[in-house]
Each structure stands twice: as structure tokens, then as C-alpha cells.
Design a protein around this ligand. Sequence first.
Ligand code: PGA
Length: 256
Amino acid sequence: MSVKKRKILVAGNWKMNNNNKETEHFLQQIKKGVENAKVEVLLCVPFTSLNVALNLAKESNIKIGAQNCHFKDSGAYTGEISPLMLKEIGVEYVILGHSERREYFNETDETVNLKLNASLKHGLKAIVCVGETLKQREDKVTKEIISMQLKKGLKNIAKEHILNIIIAYEPIWAIGTGKTASKEEAQEVCEHIRDVLGKIFSQEEAEEILILYGGSVKASNCKEIFMQKDIDGGLIGGASLNVSEFEEIVSIANAI
Ligand code: PGA
């Protein structure tokens, strides 16, 4: 019996990696390895890999997600992909507000909120990323920053969609750096996130919402992180590009 209250989600964020051939190879290999997983397994792949990944993930327990979307259904938005388009091809999840999008593509809490409402309206599950910079952590304003990102990002959510929201706490200083927040640091912020969710929504809803930790999660550190009371899995970048490492994370999560 798992000691966890909520189902664990192990989500890979491939970022701008893996072409169609590599996607095919990865899915073929991983399918068998996670066949008996009781935890939820998700791979968020580049737009160009979605179709290949969706086809190969059919009749497996692997879910496929995108890493961003626009907030309109269609229109003159050159280069963008709408949540409706994602839904139409069978995508179930979308990552929104990743710190790389906030930093390099001018994503704001306001655009995250528009994208979130649009994604939920079309029946997608959305992983909303929040997190502080190293400077903000050193200035001891982490909780204020996270509260603001949540309050602005999670505005006007229809009640029936609340449980389709997943929060990923990703301290920016821990992403791709090899530095992980300690399990205590991660738990402290995730507990704060759950508190804030309780104020935005209700206490009961906050208890059901999944909160992931992301930032240099790998097989060697995932257990202690996933064991934390308010952490329900991970959003995994670098380590999700390696089949055996990702498989090992899934199997460790399975045994919790
Ligand atoms: P990382 O990335 O695991 O490579 O640190 C996590 C993320 O950016 O989602």
C-alpha cells in the first residue's frame, strides 16, 4: 500500500529535445519498462513529436502532453498552437508557465492565466509552473513570489475544472543546474502552495490537487522528494531524456 494520499505523477519535460525518430525509439523502449506502473506516467514532448508519441503511447499507460499553447482557439497568431488543436489530436496535458518560457518568451502570470483557462475549457489537464530565482530565495521572498504567481495565474477558474490543475514547484536555481532543493526546502514551499490553493479554491480541493517538484530530479534523489507529504511527484527535465534513468524514477515512485 502506498503511503501517499494522492496518486503520484512522474512527468517528463523533454523541452526542445528528441526528433521523431528519437521519440519513436524512446517510446518503444519505455513502454515495456513502465507497463505495470501504478503511478501516472507522462511525457511532455515537442509539438512535432506529439503525433508519433500519441500513436506509440496508445494502449499503454503513458500519457502524452505538450509544453505550451496559445490562449485563443484559432486566428492570426503566426507560429502558435491552440489548446483546441492539442485536444483534437488526443493530447491530455499541457505544461504552462515554465520558467524558461517566462524568461525567454515573455510569459507572464497574466498570459499563463489566459492559457490555463483556455486549456481547461478544452478539457486539457494543465501543469502550471511556479518558482523563485536564486536572488528571490536569498532575499527570503520565495513564499510571496509563489503566492503571487498562484493568485494571478489561477484567476477565474471554473469550479468544475479545478482538479484538472496540477502545480509544479520549480525553483529556477535548481533547473538544469544539478542543484536540487533539499527535501525540507521543497516540502516547505509545496506546503505553502497547498495553503494558498486552499485560499484560492477550498481546503478540500487543495487537498486533492497534485503538486509536483521539479529541478534536477533524478533516480538518486527522487525517493526522498516524492516521500514528502505535499509533493505528489516530479516534473523531470534532463533525467527524462534517458530511458533507463526515467524508467528507474518511475519504478522508485511505484514502490512508495
Ligand atoms: P531539470 O528540468 O530536471 O533538467 O532540472 C526540470 C524542468 O525544467 O522542468
